[in-house]
Design a binder for this molecule. Structure first.
Ligand code: ADP
Ligand code: ASP
Ligand code: MG
Length: 836
């Protein structure tokens, strides 16, 4: 517009309407804050709509119900009296705190209002029921008190402001589609009121109004947002600011989805859908007066007044297919099922018409493409009526067997995904269903609005939180998120925790992968964190006093309802391995360098495999063989691509590799063992290495991976510890170790004579025979030319037959082992959609 009068109006001479919710006016301190915020804004006309103090509307409704339920005037006085006192005290307290020595008038005014309230409650007690009219009158009183408190406070600060009781001005009627404003009458009344109250700042009661019969009424729960929009329209405001306790509209309810993100802008349509499907941050009807006038609505945070908030306007931006996700709880599913419905036109209309006639509003309707059933989602309290209505409406078809049944399922929630960008973009629904499917959410019905701005699914309420979080992550509103628990923060575990926390930021940025470390357990203690541990895990774990309990550990990880859960077991404990089947069955991925599961009892191993196959959770244990080397994954790739393994051979022990690489007869064998022990290359008791059992375990793991039903007992193991030294203490063993030197010397000499070297080798042959032990190999053999502690694994397969496939490299050490474990976690994440 070009008229100079309008040009000077902006920006300081604007009319702006504000609405403060109950969360913004919970107590005196907050009223003070709101007043300061308002006074700091230079506006030509400032209209401020307020809600009741937080919780007051609920308290008033409770009072009215209590008065109706309890017989009046028993000896102790009416049951509501105590709560009435509390409520009055809360308001008086706020008045005194806000107004100090000037509080007298306000307190007196409040006392009168509360006396009137008590009289109403007494009357309700006498009639023993709560007429709707009385409920309407009582439930809106909080706004009347609240506007008065803010108005008086502003006046006490020297501002000339007027308090408008919306019951004197706003006329609405309750229609089928909600509350309709009688704009003409309301405008007329406001004009009259304004003549007597021309002040620049006006404080208005939210929520309350009059009906056409001049009875007091309200705009429905959370209706102050709507009041804000109505008064913005009545005052011809340029903008409506809705102040609340969050930074704007978020991609999901932040109480359910902690990682929800703030949305900079929304179209009216998007905001309408979000509000309709339960995003409590705006009331669904708020938009209509704004839309008609093209009035921008800005949702913003009272406690962060500098934050720009979310701007809701007519403009569309197609920044992503889905802007927000919501849940509406307390619904029921009503299902009409029958073969006789197939191909019969107009059935859905009949269902609608019947429900409409009995005043059941339908949240969502969906018809299977087979037309075999029609299912509607209705409010739980309407469900029985809806069912009865449909039984009645289809009585003829039920009797004739064309409709088999009309069922009703309570405990339903609807999850809705909303965004203008969805229209015409394929794959959005698929992404939603995939996320929900992975989280094992059972979808009962699906509907897509014909505007293609919304997809909604009906799910069981007890899966609602899980579903919302999974769907949220699925749309990259938050990244792929894993709840991670680490058991056994020893050498490997500690290295893994360090690596995990160091890599976190980068993975989040590059791969959109969010690994949230939520639990650590050692043999004695555990640390269960509600939010992720981002740094200093050592310090945090050092203060943990909680006794270890692996059931609670797993439950804690699952409770996060993050899309994925992984437990990393860095212990060497069989008891922990014992839990894998149950964890996998619960959908928890298990990653471990612990050989107990892979090489333990075959029955347990099979239970683990079965549980993983059934739930889709992954069991990965790459680091059990060759530490960080890609041994098992190489074997898997061979098998998965259709190759067949003929034999597997290798040197699987860094300790034994080192000993025999070094052993050339220049020093006795026992001396080398002592040296290796000194260098930290052996276990504290070197017999754990020399016995060959550990190598045998690794061979069992590979054999099983290759499909052989092998157990440790089936492996022929040559122990390098003579019978006579097996029972000795470690010190004794070390002292008596030279007893073995002569035998080793003889073997070395024999090998040398034949032009060969000695190596400790594991073998699985084509017939499935497994052995580990000391063998003679030609000097040019691959196993004869390793670097000190390197491991080597050689796969001979149908494809790699003349020239076997070899994996070789350092096969021990906490850092590389932890990296092998970490790589398993990342492989699982990649399989779950992380962009690695
Ligand atoms: P007020 O008292 O200001 O009206 P409400 O409690 O009615 O506040 O609404 C604000 C609350 O709405 C927020 O604290 C938040 O928990 C909840 N909420 C639900 N869904 C959303 C969403 N998508 N974005 C922001 N807040 C949401
Ligand atoms: N106080 C009313 C309620 O709690 C209205 C509102 O706050 O929006 O429903
Ligand atoms: Mg609200």
């Amino acid at each position: 517009m070009s008229s100079p009068a309008v040009a000077v109006k902006a920006p300081s001479a604007r009319t702006v309407a504000h609405k403060f919710g109950g969360t913004s006016v919970a107590d005196a301190e907050r009223y003070r804050h709101v007043a300061q915020l308002l006074l700091a804004r230079e506006e030509a006309v400032q209209v401020t709509v307020v809600s009741a103090m937080k919780g007051v509307t609920d308290a008033l409704i409770d009072l009215a119900r209590a008065a109706a339920a309890a017989p009046a005037g028993d000896a102790a006085g009416p049951a509501w009296r105590e709560r009435w006192h509390e409520l009055r005290a809360r308001h008086r307290g706020a008045a005194v705190s806000l107004l100090g020595e000037h509080a007298g008038g306000a307190v007196e005014w409040l006392d009168q209002r509360f006396e009137e309230l008590a009289q109403v409650l007494d009357a309700v007690g006498v009639i023993g029921s709560l007429p709707e009219e009385v409920l309407q009158r009582v439930q809106g009183l909080g706004e009347v008190y609240s506007a008065r408190l803010l108005g008086e406070h502003l006046r006490a600060l020297g501002e000339d402001c007027a308090v408008l009781d919306a019951r004197d001005v706003l006329v609405v009627s309750h229609g089928e589609l909600g509350v309709d404003v009688d704009w003409e009458r309301s405008r007329q009344r406001l004009r009259d009121w304004r003549q007597a109250n021309p002040q620049k700042r006006v404080v208005v009661t939210g929520f309350v109004a009059r009906d056409p019969q001049d009875r007091i009424t309200t705009l429905g729960r959370n209706g102050s947002d709507y009041s804000g929009a109505i008064f913005a329209a009545l005052f011809d405001a340029d903008e409506l600011h809705i102040w609340t306790d969050v930074d704007g509209v978020l991609s999901a309810d932040p109480r359910v989805v902690p990682e929800a993100v703030q949305l900079e802008s929304l179209s009216y349509d998007e905001a309408c859908e979000l509000a309709y499907f339960g995003a409590k941050v705006v009331h669904p009807q708020t938009m209509s007066p704004a839309i008609e006038r093209g009035l921008p609505i800005i949702i913003r945070n009272t406690f962060q007044p500098d934050h720009p908030g979310t701007r809701i306007t007519a403009e569309r931006d197609f920044s992503g297919p889905v802007k927000g996700l919501t849940l509406s709880p307390n619904l029921s599913l009503v299902n009409l099922e029958g073969t006789g419905l197939i191909g019969v036109p107009g059935t859905a209309e009949r269902v609608f018409a019947a429900l409409r006639n009995s005043k059941v509003s339908v949240v969502m309707i969906s018809q299977g493409s087979s037309e075999h059933s029609i299912c509607c989602v209705v409010k739980q309290e309407d469900a029985a009526r809806a069912q009865a209505t449909l039984v009645n409406a289809f009585a003829h078809e039920l009797a004739a067997g064309q409709v088999q049944r009309v069922q009703h399922v309570p405990g339903i929630s609807v999850l809705a995904a909303v965004g203008d960008g969805m229209a015409g973009q394929p794959g959005v629904a698929a992404r939603l269903f995939e996320s929900l499917g992975r989280a094992q959410v059972n979808i009962r019905a699906i509907a897509q609005g014909s505007s293609e701005r919304n997809i909604s699914v009906a799910i069981d309420s007890d899966q609602a939180t899980l579903a919302l979080r999974a769907a949220h992550a699925g749309f990259y509103l938050s990244p792929q998120t894993f709840a991670v628990g680490v058991i056994g923060p020893g050498n490997v575990g500690a290295a893994l925790l360090d690596q995990l926390l160091a890599a976190r930021g980068g993975l989040l940025e590059r791969a959109n992968l969010d690994l949230r470390l939520r639990a650590i357990a050692s043999r004695g203690r555990q640390l269960l964190e509600p939010r992720g541990i981002e740094d200093d895990w050592r310090g945090r774990f050092a203060t943990a006093t909680d006794k270890v309990d692996l059931d609670r550990f797993a439950a804690h990880l699952l409770d996060s309802h993050l899309p994925h859960v992984v437990i990393v077991d860095c212990s060497a404990s069989p008891e922990v391995a014992e839990r894998y089947p149950q964890w996998l069955a619960a959908g928890i991925h298990v990653v471990t360098p612990n050989k107990q599961a892979g090489a333990g009892p075959l029955a347990r191993y099979e239970a683990i495999r079965e549980a993983a196959a059934a739930s889709g959770a992954r069991f990965r244990y790459e680091a059990t063989v060759g530490a960080g080397l890609p041994v098992i994954s190489t074997l898997r790739d061979l098998l998965d691509t259709g190759d067949a393994v003929t034999s597997i051979e290798g040197i699987f022990s860094g300790t034994l590799a080192w000993l025999f690489n070094k052993y050339d007869g220049s020093v006795p064998f026992s001396q080398l063992v002592t040296e290796a022990r000194g260098l930290g290359y052996t276990e504290p008791d070197p017999r754990d290495d020399l016995s060959g059992t550990d190598v045998a375990r690794k061979l069992v793991i590979l054999a099983r991976e290759a499909g052989r039903k092998l157990s440790l007992e089936d492996v022929q193991v040559e122990s390098l510890v003579p019978e006579s030294l097996r029972q000795a203490s470690v010190d004794d063993f070390m002292a008596r170790l030279p007893e073995v030197d002569a035998a080793f010397d003889a073997r070395l000499k024999a090998a040398r004579a034949a032009g060969k070297v000695l190596r400790y080798v594991a073998r699985l042959d084509a017939e499935g025979r497994a052995s580990v032990g000391l063998v003679e190999l030609p000097e040019e053999h691959a196993f004869a030319n390793l670097r000190l502690t390197d491991n080597i694994v050689q796969f001979t397969t149908r494809r790699y037959c003349a020239n076997p496939l070899i994996v070789q490299g350092p096969g021990a050490g906490p850092e590389v082992t932890a990296a092998g474990v970490f790589a398993d976690v990342l492989r699982i994440a990649a399989g779950r959609g992380a962009r690695l």
